[in-house]
Design a protein around this ligand. Structure first.
Ligand code: FCA
Length: 324
Protein backbone atom coordinates (compact mmCIF):
# COMPACT_ATOMS: atom_id res chain seq x y z
CA UNK A 1 0.00 0.00 0.00
CA UNK A 2 2.70 2.38 1.04
CA UNK A 3 4.60 1.60 -2.09
CA UNK A 4 1.56 2.33 -4.27
CA UNK A 5 1.04 5.67 -2.59
CA UNK A 6 4.64 6.58 -3.16
CA UNK A 7 4.34 5.63 -6.80
CA UNK A 8 1.19 7.72 -7.23
CA UNK A 9 2.93 10.68 -5.68
CA UNK A 10 5.91 10.24 -7.94
CA UNK A 11 3.65 10.14 -10.98
CA UNK A 12 1.89 13.29 -9.89
CA UNK A 13 5.13 15.08 -9.35
CA UNK A 14 6.59 14.02 -12.67
CA UNK A 15 5.01 16.67 -14.93
CA UNK A 16 5.89 19.37 -12.42
CA UNK A 17 9.48 18.21 -12.29
CA UNK A 18 9.69 18.30 -16.09
CA UNK A 19 8.26 21.80 -16.11
CA UNK A 20 10.73 23.04 -13.54
CA UNK A 21 13.63 21.45 -15.41
CA UNK A 22 12.66 23.02 -18.77
CA UNK A 23 15.81 25.03 -19.48
CA UNK A 24 15.77 28.69 -20.38
CA UNK A 25 16.80 29.18 -24.03
CA UNK A 26 18.90 32.02 -25.36
CA UNK A 27 19.59 32.41 -29.09
CA UNK A 28 22.93 33.39 -30.61
CA UNK A 29 22.58 34.42 -34.25
CA UNK A 30 25.62 35.20 -36.40
CA UNK A 31 26.00 36.42 -39.97
CA UNK A 32 28.97 34.20 -40.90
CA UNK A 33 28.90 30.95 -38.98
CA UNK A 34 31.84 29.52 -40.96
CA UNK A 35 34.21 32.30 -39.87
CA UNK A 36 36.54 31.26 -37.00
CA UNK A 37 35.76 34.43 -35.03
CA UNK A 38 32.07 33.50 -34.87
CA UNK A 39 32.89 29.86 -34.08
CA UNK A 40 34.89 31.15 -31.12
CA UNK A 41 32.11 33.45 -29.99
CA UNK A 42 29.70 30.51 -30.07
CA UNK A 43 32.14 28.38 -28.10
CA UNK A 44 32.38 30.92 -25.29
CA UNK A 45 28.62 31.52 -25.34
CA UNK A 46 28.22 27.74 -24.86
CA UNK A 47 30.54 27.97 -21.88
CA UNK A 48 28.34 30.73 -20.43
CA UNK A 49 25.27 28.54 -20.96
CA UNK A 50 26.93 25.67 -19.06
CA UNK A 51 28.07 27.93 -16.23
CA UNK A 52 24.69 29.61 -15.79
CA UNK A 53 22.47 26.67 -16.65
CA UNK A 54 20.65 27.81 -19.79
CA UNK A 55 20.47 26.34 -23.29
CA UNK A 56 22.15 28.15 -26.17
CA UNK A 57 20.46 28.02 -29.58
CA UNK A 58 23.01 28.81 -32.31
CA UNK A 59 21.74 29.78 -35.75
CA UNK A 60 23.69 31.05 -38.78
CA UNK A 61 21.92 33.94 -40.53
CA UNK A 62 23.70 34.69 -43.83
CA UNK A 63 20.83 36.87 -45.13
CA UNK A 64 17.78 38.84 -44.01
CA UNK A 65 15.31 36.11 -44.84
CA UNK A 66 17.16 33.50 -42.77
CA UNK A 67 17.50 36.06 -40.00
CA UNK A 68 13.74 36.69 -39.78
CA UNK A 69 13.04 32.95 -39.90
CA UNK A 70 15.55 32.38 -37.09
CA UNK A 71 13.86 34.96 -34.85
CA UNK A 72 10.45 33.33 -35.45
CA UNK A 73 12.01 29.94 -34.78
CA UNK A 74 13.40 31.17 -31.43
CA UNK A 75 9.97 32.48 -30.46
CA UNK A 76 8.36 29.14 -31.38
CA UNK A 77 10.92 27.40 -29.13
CA UNK A 78 9.98 29.80 -26.32
CA UNK A 79 13.45 31.32 -26.08
CA UNK A 80 13.69 34.34 -23.78
CA UNK A 81 15.95 36.43 -25.99
CA UNK A 82 18.92 36.45 -28.33
CA UNK A 83 22.29 37.93 -29.20
CA UNK A 84 22.70 38.92 -32.85
CA UNK A 85 25.37 39.88 -35.36
CA UNK A 86 23.13 40.67 -38.33
CA UNK A 87 24.03 40.11 -42.00
CA UNK A 88 23.26 43.80 -42.63
CA UNK A 89 23.11 46.39 -39.86
CA UNK A 90 20.36 48.26 -41.72
CA UNK A 91 18.01 45.43 -40.74
CA UNK A 92 17.98 46.95 -37.25
CA UNK A 93 14.39 48.16 -37.30
CA UNK A 94 13.14 44.78 -38.52
CA UNK A 95 15.10 42.98 -35.78
CA UNK A 96 13.78 45.30 -33.08
CA UNK A 97 10.20 44.93 -34.28
CA UNK A 98 10.35 41.14 -34.48
CA UNK A 99 11.91 40.90 -31.00
CA UNK A 100 9.26 43.18 -29.49
CA UNK A 101 6.43 41.33 -31.22
CA UNK A 102 7.61 38.05 -29.71
CA UNK A 103 8.58 39.51 -26.33
CA UNK A 104 12.25 38.56 -26.80
CA UNK A 105 15.17 40.47 -25.31
CA UNK A 106 17.73 41.38 -27.97
CA UNK A 107 21.32 42.53 -27.79
CA UNK A 108 23.72 43.06 -30.71
CA UNK A 109 27.32 41.90 -30.85
CA UNK A 110 30.17 43.09 -33.11
CA UNK A 111 28.02 45.01 -35.62
CA UNK A 112 25.75 47.66 -34.09
CA UNK A 113 22.25 47.75 -35.58
CA UNK A 114 21.08 51.01 -37.10
CA UNK A 115 17.74 52.54 -38.13
CA UNK A 116 16.70 53.79 -41.56
CA UNK A 117 18.72 56.99 -41.08
CA UNK A 118 21.86 55.04 -40.13
CA UNK A 119 21.59 55.95 -36.44
CA UNK A 120 22.31 53.24 -33.82
CA UNK A 121 19.11 51.82 -32.34
CA UNK A 122 19.25 53.06 -28.78
CA UNK A 123 17.13 50.40 -27.09
CA UNK A 124 19.22 47.47 -28.39
CA UNK A 125 22.23 47.08 -26.06
CA UNK A 126 25.50 46.51 -27.91
CA UNK A 127 28.93 45.02 -27.37
CA UNK A 128 31.50 45.73 -30.08
CA UNK A 129 35.16 46.54 -30.50
CA UNK A 130 36.47 50.11 -30.37
CA UNK A 131 36.91 50.10 -34.13
CA UNK A 132 38.74 53.35 -34.73
CA UNK A 133 41.23 52.81 -31.87
CA UNK A 134 41.94 49.26 -32.95
CA UNK A 135 42.40 50.50 -36.52
CA UNK A 136 44.98 52.97 -35.24
CA UNK A 137 46.81 50.08 -33.57
CA UNK A 138 46.89 48.33 -36.95
CA UNK A 139 48.41 51.44 -38.54
CA UNK A 140 50.95 51.83 -35.75
CA UNK A 141 51.94 48.18 -35.99
CA UNK A 142 52.55 48.61 -39.71
CA UNK A 143 54.57 51.78 -39.15
CA UNK A 144 56.81 50.12 -36.57
CA UNK A 145 57.63 47.24 -38.91
CA UNK A 146 58.08 49.59 -41.91
CA UNK A 147 60.63 51.47 -39.84
CA UNK A 148 62.40 48.27 -38.79
CA UNK A 149 62.69 47.38 -42.47
CA UNK A 150 63.82 50.83 -43.53
CA UNK A 151 60.79 51.47 -45.75
CA UNK A 152 60.10 55.16 -46.37
CA UNK A 153 56.53 56.37 -45.71
CA UNK A 154 56.16 57.90 -49.18
CA UNK A 155 57.23 54.82 -51.15
CA UNK A 156 54.62 52.35 -49.88
CA UNK A 157 51.26 51.64 -51.40
CA UNK A 158 48.54 51.38 -48.76
CA UNK A 159 45.87 48.84 -49.56
CA UNK A 160 42.65 49.47 -47.63
CA UNK A 161 40.35 46.50 -48.14
CA UNK A 162 37.10 48.38 -47.61
CA UNK A 163 33.60 47.41 -46.53
CA UNK A 164 32.25 50.88 -45.90
CA UNK A 165 28.58 49.96 -45.66
CA UNK A 166 29.37 48.54 -42.21
CA UNK A 167 30.22 51.41 -39.81
CA UNK A 168 32.63 49.40 -37.63
CA UNK A 169 34.49 48.28 -40.76
CA UNK A 170 34.87 51.86 -41.93
CA UNK A 171 35.99 53.01 -38.45
CA UNK A 172 38.60 50.26 -38.24
CA UNK A 173 40.15 50.87 -41.65
CA UNK A 174 40.01 54.68 -41.36
CA UNK A 175 41.79 54.43 -38.00
CA UNK A 176 44.63 52.63 -39.76
CA UNK A 177 44.70 55.14 -42.63
CA UNK A 178 44.80 58.07 -40.18
CA UNK A 179 47.69 56.58 -38.21
CA UNK A 180 49.67 56.07 -41.42
CA UNK A 181 48.90 59.56 -42.69
CA UNK A 182 49.91 61.09 -39.35
CA UNK A 183 53.32 59.46 -39.80
CA UNK A 184 53.86 60.95 -43.25
CA UNK A 185 52.32 58.42 -45.64
CA UNK A 186 50.81 60.54 -48.46
CA UNK A 187 47.03 60.36 -48.81
CA UNK A 188 47.57 59.73 -52.53
CA UNK A 189 49.21 56.38 -51.74
CA UNK A 190 46.03 55.00 -50.18
CA UNK A 191 44.25 52.61 -52.53
CA UNK A 192 40.73 51.48 -51.65
CA UNK A 193 39.75 47.92 -52.55
CA UNK A 194 36.02 47.55 -51.84
CA UNK A 195 35.04 43.96 -51.04
CA UNK A 196 31.56 42.58 -51.71
CA UNK A 197 31.48 40.43 -48.56
CA UNK A 198 33.66 40.26 -45.45
CA UNK A 199 35.41 36.98 -46.30
CA UNK A 200 38.84 36.07 -47.68
CA UNK A 201 37.66 35.37 -51.22
CA UNK A 202 35.99 38.76 -51.60
CA UNK A 203 39.07 40.49 -50.22
CA UNK A 204 41.28 38.48 -52.61
CA UNK A 205 39.21 39.61 -55.60
CA UNK A 206 39.14 43.23 -54.47
CA UNK A 207 42.90 43.29 -53.80
CA UNK A 208 43.71 41.75 -57.18
CA UNK A 209 41.94 44.55 -59.01
CA UNK A 210 43.66 47.18 -56.86
CA UNK A 211 47.14 45.69 -57.43
CA UNK A 212 46.58 45.57 -61.18
CA UNK A 213 45.60 49.24 -61.27
CA UNK A 214 48.51 50.34 -59.08
CA UNK A 215 51.54 48.43 -60.34
CA UNK A 216 53.74 51.47 -59.68
CA UNK A 217 54.13 50.55 -55.99
CA UNK A 218 56.84 48.02 -55.25
CA UNK A 219 56.11 47.81 -51.53
CA UNK A 220 52.74 47.48 -49.90
CA UNK A 221 51.03 47.57 -46.53
CA UNK A 222 47.51 46.19 -46.25
CA UNK A 223 44.63 45.83 -43.82
CA UNK A 224 40.86 45.49 -43.67
CA UNK A 225 38.09 45.02 -41.12
CA UNK A 226 39.22 41.53 -40.06
CA UNK A 227 41.87 38.84 -40.54
CA UNK A 228 40.08 37.44 -43.58
CA UNK A 229 40.31 40.81 -45.35
CA UNK A 230 44.03 41.14 -44.62
CA UNK A 231 44.63 37.54 -45.66
CA UNK A 232 42.82 38.01 -48.98
CA UNK A 233 45.21 40.88 -49.74
CA UNK A 234 48.23 38.72 -48.80
CA UNK A 235 47.12 35.84 -51.06
CA UNK A 236 46.43 38.22 -53.96
CA UNK A 237 49.89 39.78 -53.55
CA UNK A 238 51.55 36.34 -53.48
CA UNK A 239 49.81 35.52 -56.74
CA UNK A 240 51.56 38.51 -58.29
CA UNK A 241 54.96 37.66 -56.86
CA UNK A 242 54.78 40.23 -54.05
CA UNK A 243 56.07 38.21 -51.11
CA UNK A 244 56.63 38.96 -47.45
CA UNK A 245 59.78 41.00 -48.09
CA UNK A 246 57.73 43.55 -50.08
CA UNK A 247 54.39 43.33 -48.32
CA UNK A 248 53.06 43.69 -44.80
CA UNK A 249 49.53 43.04 -43.65
CA UNK A 250 47.94 43.31 -40.23
CA UNK A 251 44.48 41.92 -39.58
CA UNK A 252 41.98 42.25 -36.75
CA UNK A 253 40.73 39.19 -34.88
CA UNK A 254 43.36 36.67 -33.85
CA UNK A 255 41.25 33.54 -34.33
CA UNK A 256 42.22 30.47 -36.35
CA UNK A 257 42.58 32.44 -39.61
CA UNK A 258 45.54 34.29 -38.09
CA UNK A 259 46.91 31.27 -36.23
CA UNK A 260 47.10 29.27 -39.47
CA UNK A 261 49.39 31.95 -40.89
CA UNK A 262 51.54 32.26 -37.78
CA UNK A 263 52.18 28.53 -37.59
CA UNK A 264 53.39 28.15 -41.19
CA UNK A 265 57.10 27.25 -41.22
CA UNK A 266 58.05 30.32 -43.28
CA UNK A 267 56.56 33.72 -42.48
CA UNK A 268 54.04 35.10 -44.95
CA UNK A 269 53.16 38.76 -45.48
CA UNK A 270 50.47 38.30 -42.84
CA UNK A 271 52.68 39.99 -40.28
CA UNK A 272 50.24 40.40 -37.41
CA UNK A 273 46.74 40.94 -36.15
CA UNK A 274 45.12 42.94 -33.40
CA UNK A 275 43.86 40.28 -31.05
CA UNK A 276 40.32 40.97 -29.84
CA UNK A 277 38.29 38.88 -27.41
CA UNK A 278 35.73 36.35 -28.70
CA UNK A 279 35.57 35.24 -25.07
CA UNK A 280 34.23 38.57 -23.85
CA UNK A 281 31.94 39.00 -26.86
CA UNK A 282 30.51 35.47 -26.73
CA UNK A 283 30.38 34.87 -22.99
CA UNK A 284 29.35 38.26 -21.73
CA UNK A 285 26.60 38.94 -24.28
CA UNK A 286 25.00 35.53 -23.74
CA UNK A 287 25.02 36.06 -19.96
CA UNK A 288 23.70 39.61 -20.38
CA UNK A 289 20.67 38.47 -22.37
CA UNK A 290 20.03 35.60 -19.96
CA UNK A 291 20.15 37.84 -16.89
CA UNK A 292 18.12 40.55 -18.58
CA UNK A 293 15.33 38.10 -19.39
CA UNK A 294 15.37 36.14 -16.14
CA UNK A 295 16.44 38.70 -13.53
CA UNK A 296 15.46 42.01 -15.14
CA UNK A 297 19.07 43.18 -15.22
CA UNK A 298 19.32 45.68 -18.09
CA UNK A 299 22.67 45.44 -19.96
CA UNK A 300 24.72 48.63 -20.45
CA UNK A 301 23.72 50.49 -23.64
CA UNK A 302 27.16 50.17 -25.27
CA UNK A 303 30.29 48.24 -24.28
CA UNK A 304 33.41 48.65 -26.41
CA UNK A 305 36.31 46.22 -26.05
CA UNK A 306 39.98 46.79 -26.81
CA UNK A 307 42.68 44.83 -28.63
CA UNK A 308 46.41 44.03 -28.51
CA UNK A 309 48.86 43.70 -31.39
CA UNK A 310 49.80 40.06 -31.89
CA UNK A 311 52.57 38.70 -34.12
CA UNK A 312 54.29 35.34 -34.59
CA UNK A 313 56.56 36.28 -31.70
CA UNK A 314 54.01 36.89 -28.94
CA UNK A 315 51.00 34.87 -30.12
CA UNK A 316 51.21 31.91 -27.76
CA UNK A 317 51.72 34.03 -24.68
CA UNK A 318 49.04 36.58 -25.59
CA UNK A 319 46.38 34.03 -26.36
CA UNK A 320 47.07 32.33 -23.06
CA UNK A 321 46.78 35.64 -21.21
CA UNK A 322 43.37 36.23 -22.81
CA UNK A 323 42.13 32.76 -21.82
CA UNK A 324 41.96 31.57 -25.45
C1 FCA B 1 32.59 42.08 -37.66
C2 FCA B 1 33.46 41.33 -38.63
C3 FCA B 1 34.00 40.06 -37.98
C4 FCA B 1 34.67 40.39 -36.65
C5 FCA B 1 33.71 41.11 -35.75
C6 FCA B 1 34.33 41.53 -34.45
O1 FCA B 1 31.39 41.42 -37.46
O2 FCA B 1 32.74 40.98 -39.80
O3 FCA B 1 34.93 39.45 -38.83
O4 FCA B 1 35.78 41.21 -36.89
O5 FCA B 1 33.22 42.28 -36.40
Amino acid sequence: MQRRAALALALLAAPLATLAAEPVKVGFLVKQAEEPWFQDEWRFAEQAARDKGFTLVKIGIPNGEKMMAAIDNLAAQKAVGFVICAPDVKLGVAVNRAAKRHGLKVMSVDDQLVDGAGKPIADIPHMGISGYEIGKQVGQGLLAEMKARGWKPDEVGVLRVAFDQLPTARDRTMGAVDALKAAGVPAANVVDAPQAKTDTESAFNAANIAFTKNAKFKRWVAFGLNDEAALGAVRAAEGRGIKHDAMLAIGIGGSQTAMNEFTKPTPTAFYGTVLISPKRHGYETAVAVYEWATAGKQPPAVTLTSGTLMTRQNQAELRKQMGL
